[in-house]
Design a protein around this ligand. Structure first.
Ligand code: CA
Length: 236
């Protein structure tokens, strides 16, 4: 699950980011309304946490422009204490929920999960590629009847590849979508995690579902789709 957090107070933003990451969420931070709007329109998120008082554009303005651009990502607004007026405004403008500062982290997580669940019917409940399946709601991965235990990062990586099965991605694209942009380590962390994933979803089953495209990146093969060479490619 990818979350965009638009919050200009560095300490609060950082606390929220770390907390959400501990829950296995991928967090993108934006510190101004302008940056938040740019991220929200150019990238894909499952939910947006939006402060109201922001430099650049206010949270209201960000929300108004998002909805004007038909960006329907659920938005939870952070409102000030005693801000009845603010809350009404936020909901009028198309926010899906709001939370009054200071808020409890547990409540924030619960609200975010509720917002994405509410939206869940719009996307396939379960993703598959051949006999490999991933259930995002139950966080369950199976190969045939065998249940596979993945770490949160491995799960996010597989979810991303499955969501776009048959499509090749560069390491940088995978990093941007599965890690967050605070990660400034080497790109070959992707290689490492693809390796972990293969050892869990492929090797024990004699499969090769993640293909390495030399000089390009990776692709999760779609056995149900049209492939020129189904025997697949000699993935490494
Ligand atoms: Ca603020």
């Amino acid at each position: 699950m990818r979350v965009l957090v638009v919050e200009d107070e560095p300490r609060l933003a950082d606390t929220v980011r770390r907390g959400l990451e501990l829950e296995g969420l991928v967090v993108q931070l934006a510190h101004t309304g302008t940056d938040g709007l740019r991220w929200a329109t150019e990238d894909e998120f499952d939910v947006i946490v939006l402060d109201i008082m922001l430099p650049g554009l206010s949270g209201y303005e960000v929300l108004r422009r998002l909805r004007a651009h038909d960006v329907t990502t659920p938005v939870l607004m952070l409102t000030a204490k005693d801000g009845d007026y603010e809350q009404a405004d936020a909901l009028d403008l198309g926010a899906d929920d709001y939370l009054t500062k200071p808020f409890s982290f547990v409540v924030l997580i619960a609200r975010l999960r509720a917002l994405t669940r509410r939206r869940a019917p719009q996307r396939p409940a379960r993703m598959t590629a051949g006999d490999l399946s991933l259930d995002p709601a139950r966080r369950l991965v199976r190969r045939g009847d065998t249940e596979i235990t993945l770490t949160p990062r491995e799960f996010s990586l597989l979810e991303f590849l499955l969501r776009h099965k048959g499509t090749a991605f560069t390491k940088a694209e995978i990093l941007r979508n599965v890690w967050d942009n605070h990660y400034d380590g080497p790109e070959n962390v992707v290689e490492v995690y693809v390796g972990y994933l293969r050892r869990k979803i492929d090797t024990p089953f004699g499969r090769t579902s993640i293909e390495t495209l030399r000089g390009v990146g990776y692709r999760l093969l779609d056995p149900d789709g049209e492939l020129d060479d189904e025997s697949g490619a000699a993935p490494r």
